[in-house]
Design a protein around this ligand. Structure first.
Ligand code: E4P
Length: 226
């Protein structure tokens, strides 16, 4: 399982990279706009925080294949590192994914709502496909079911593309797509924290410390007692 953070917020990215085993950051035009700063400087700052080997997924916003390809080359040149250009699965996007594959540029097919869209994007040459779990649920669909179908289709049709499950509103959705065999997830900072939270974990840790300190003294650690 690869863990990615779905945000363009630098403080959130610093925190996640400090504590968690992060593999990358995903952004989209909405997330970048929320930061209300110059686009390139945000992306360059993110690259500085995560380093050149960590994945950074950045979305192209053009609506024609030729322009998407141009954006993809530009983003690779100015941001650099392990970059994936997110391309929506509209017809022009599939064309762009094919062109970019032939030119050795890595892509993530995005705005995926059906397993069929994911399969076509993978066959076109995308390295990742990003199904939007919660947005599917919100139109009375089965987001985790779509992810499970994509995993199954990729196995059946020998596709190397990886599933980057996206758009989550709760930890249970993340858990279920992980069980279905999704290769990677991208979650917002709040869900990243919540994935670790459990009241009984905190209770147990407090109990251990109380018992320990009762015998060995306050603030003492295993380094201080013989
Ligand atoms: C994925 O690539 C998108 O950035 C994202 O996960 C969409 O999430 P949302 O539905 O919470 O906006």
């Amino acid at each position: 399982m690869l863990y990615l953070l779905d945000t363009a917020n630098l403080e959130a990215i610093k925190k996640a990279y400090n504590f968690y085993p992060m593999d990358g950051v995903t952004t989209n035009p909405t997330l970048v706009s929320k930061e209300k700063r110059e686009f390139l400087s945000i992306l360059k700052d993110i690259r500085k925080i995560i380093g050149s080997e960590s994945m950074l997924h950045v979305q192209a916003v053009s609506l024609t294949a030729e322009k998407m390809v141009e954006e993809a080359f530009y983003l690779n040149e100015v941001i650099g590192g392990n970059l994936y250009v997110k391309i929506p699965v509209i017809p022009e996007g599939i064309k762009a994914i094919k062109l970019l594959k032939s030119k050795g540029i890595k892509t993530t097919a995005t705005a995926i709502f059906t397993a069929g869209q994911a399969l076509m994007a993978a066959i076109a040459g995308a390295q990742f496909v990003a199904p939007y779990v919660n947005r599917i649920d919100n139109i009375s669909g089965d987001g985790v079911g779509v992810v499970a179908e994509i995993v199954q289709l990729f196995e059946l049709h020998n596709q190397d593309a990886k599933v980057l499950a996206a758009s989550f509103k709760n930890v249970q959705q993340v858990h279920t797509v992980s069980l279905s065999g999704a290769h990677s997830i991208t979650v917002n900072p709040e869900i990243m924290d919540k994935m670790l939270e459990h009241p009984l974990t905190d209770w147990s840790v407090n109990q251990f410390i109380t018992d320990w300190e009762g015998i060995y003294g306050k603030k003492m650690t295993t380094l201080d007692v013989k």
